[in-house]
Design a binder for this molecule. Structure first.
Ligand SMILES: *Cc1c(COP(=O)(O)O)cnc(C)c1O
Length: 242
């Protein structure tokens, strides 16, 4: 349900987050233009997406295909950019190219091959980030850090027309101290740098890291994409009800 003050709250939250992004960037000698803010609208109603879009936000993130598709349909004419940030099963891959510009959760060769087949058939292309389980959390998806180089090598040996490998994504450790969070994000940055260098990939530039609770340290460690949900929209609507 949308409360009368949602418009003000979302516009104010977006303003505060953009300011915090700029401050964090500045303190790291970076510019805010280097950082893309993905507004994570999972479990939020289309009405709230419309409010954020009206406040100038044009990049949104969703984590399931079922929930995302009706929203994408509704905003088809609004030129919004959608990012798929959740775990994606290979059998759902067919809906991602063409609907989403970015996938943050590439974690298997089989998924990459399926996405490439769909993207090629549609003459679309998909920017893909490899998800790394940087916190080594057994409940999380992603490639183990020590398996990343062999995985990238395998991807590069496979014809994957339509898939552009653009960088890495991770979820920071939680709960964790500021020092542990920064160490995890720094480790992700080092892995990206190593991939770029070792495999000579000039466009492997992106680091998707940082959410509502940790986007500031993520930017200080080099995040180029931050994924922020509750700090923009408030508590997720569908979980509020249950
Ligand atoms: C839900 C989610 C986010 C946003 O989390 P908040 O804490 O609400 O900002 C970011 N990334 C992923 C992968 C998510 O699933």
């Amino acid at each position: 349900m949308t409360y009368p003050d949602s418009t003000t709250a979302i516009a104010r939250n977006l303003g505060e987050i953009r300011e915090a992004v700029a401050d964090a960037a500045g303190s790291a000698g970076r510019t805010p233009q280097e950082i893309t803010l993905v507004a994570v609208s999972k479990n939020q109603s289309p009405a709230l997406v419309a409010i954020a879009a009206a406040a100038g936000q044009c990049v949104f993130g969703e984590n399931t295909v079922q929930e995302a598709m009706p929203k994408l349909e509704r905003f088809r004419s609004d030129a919004l950019e959608w990012h798929f940030i959740g775990h994606l099963q290979s059998n759902k891959a067919k809906l991602v190219p063409g609907n989403f510009a970015w996938l943050h959760s590439l974690d298997s060769l089989n998924l990459a091959q399926r996405l490439a087949r769909v993207a090629t058939a549609q003459r679309n292309s998909l920017n893909a980030l490899i998800e790394v389980n940087i916190a080594r959390d057994p409940s999380k998806h992603g490639i183990a850090p020590e398996s990343l180089m062999p995985f990238v090598e395998q991807l590069l040996q496979t014809p994957l027309l339509g898939i552009a490998l653009r960088g890495l994504m991770a979820i920071g450790p939680y709960p964790a101290s500021e020092a542990q969070i920064r160490a995890a994000f720094a480790a992700l940055r080092a892995l990206r740098d190593e991939c770029r260098r070792r495999f000579n990939l000039p466009s492997f530039t992106e680091l998707s890291m940082g959410m509502s609770g940790d986007f500031v340290p993520a930017i200080k460690e080099g995040a180029t994409i931050v994924r922020v949900g509750t700090a923009i929209f408030g508590v997720r609507e569908y979980s509020k009800k249950s």
